[in-house]
Design a protein around this ligand. Structure first.
Ligand code: CP
Length: 300
């Protein structure tokens, strides 16, 4: 994995994923380890972010690396019409690894094909979000004590939710049973479903959370991705499709945890935050340890 880009979760084998998660456990126990003090990490965010950018920057800082970059492409020369290729070739002169978020699906793969330094995909359009996937898996393993043979429900925008796409694909290697809860307009894309079919795993589709809540170990809530809709009326029709409330957790299994990649808009009622099932802020914290493990693996 040293020196390699991470663009899609499929770029890592099951054993490589487990290696990252094991390493992340070490960083959780001891986060401040200045092992990358001779490295520079670039964070290029062509789309908004709070968690991904700041947890990467926190991870890099805690490892002793320097961080450069931009959080608003409007302040970069992209605004003057510079191509992505030229931006990447330039930033590669200044840093050892580039963490990049971009609205276009496939942009991170394209960047990795022209870049002399590794690219880490921090989200490319509605396609993939592999580092979120790793921290989701870390959170699942930490709360369930295992990754194998779990019942995982995905709720909300399964069509445009890139974190869902990456996590479904990854959990296929761990024999998950999938419970897919979405409006008809926001179903999981068929190319992602194909991964489930290829592994002969079970999946069930529902319109409501109530139909699945008593069967699942993980309830993975997602935001309806307003920025991906071509038609604002379509967004208005589905934006409040699911709002998880305390009452809906009455019939859940004892081990159930609610995950959400965040940001949340209104799909989890704030009264759920104090429930023992709520795990989304710890999940965000786990992102630092996992990203430390990733930077250390790629740069050392
Ligand atoms: N989960 C996630 O990608 O959050 P941000 O958009 O805040 O980075």
């Amino acid at each position: 994995m040293k020196g390699k880009s991470l663009i899609s979760i499929n770029d890592y084998s099951k054993s490589e994923i487990l290696q990252i998660l094991d390493l992340a456990e070490g960083f959780e126990k001891q986060p401040r380890q200045p092992i990358l003090s001779d490295k520079v990490v670039s964070t290029l965010f062509f789309e908004p972010s709070t968690r991904t950018r700041l947890s990467f920057e926190s991870a890099a800082n805690q490892l002793g690396a320097r961080v450069i970059g931009f959080s608003d492409a409007g302040t970069s020369s992209a605004k003057k019409g510079e191509s992505l290729k030229d931006t990447i070739l330039t930033v590669a002169c200044y840093s050892d690894v580039i963490v990049m978020r971009h609205p276009l699906a496939g942009s991170a793969r394209w960047a990795s094909e022209v870049s002399p330094v590794p690219i880490i995909n921090a989200g490319d359009g509605a396609n993939q979000h592999p580092t979120q996937c790793l921290l989701d898996m870390y959170s699942i393993r930490k709360t369930q004590g295992k990754l194998d043979k779990l019942n995982v429900a995905f709720v909300g925008d399964l069509k445009y939710g890139r974190t869902v796409h990456s996590l479904v694909i990854a959990m296929c290697d761990f024999d998950a049973t999938f419970h897919l809860i979405s409006p008809a307009e926001l179903k999981l894309p068929s190319y992602v479903k194909q991964h489930i079919k290829d592994k002969n795993l079970e999946y069930h589709q529902y319109l409501s959370i109530e139909e699945a809540i008593n069967k699942v170990d993980i309830l993975y809530m997602t935001r309806v991705q307003r920025e991906r809709f071509a038609d604002p009326i379509e967004y208005e029709n589905v934006k409040n499709a699911y709002i998880l409330t305390k009452d809906q957790l009455k019939n859940c299994k004892d081990n159930l945890k609610v995950l959400h990649p965040l940001p949340r808009v209104n799909e989890i009622s704030e009264d759920v935050d104090d429930m023992p099932q709520a795990y989304y802020f710890q999940q965000a914290q786990n992102g630092v340890y996992v990203r430390q493990a990733l930077l250390a693996t790629i740069l050392q």
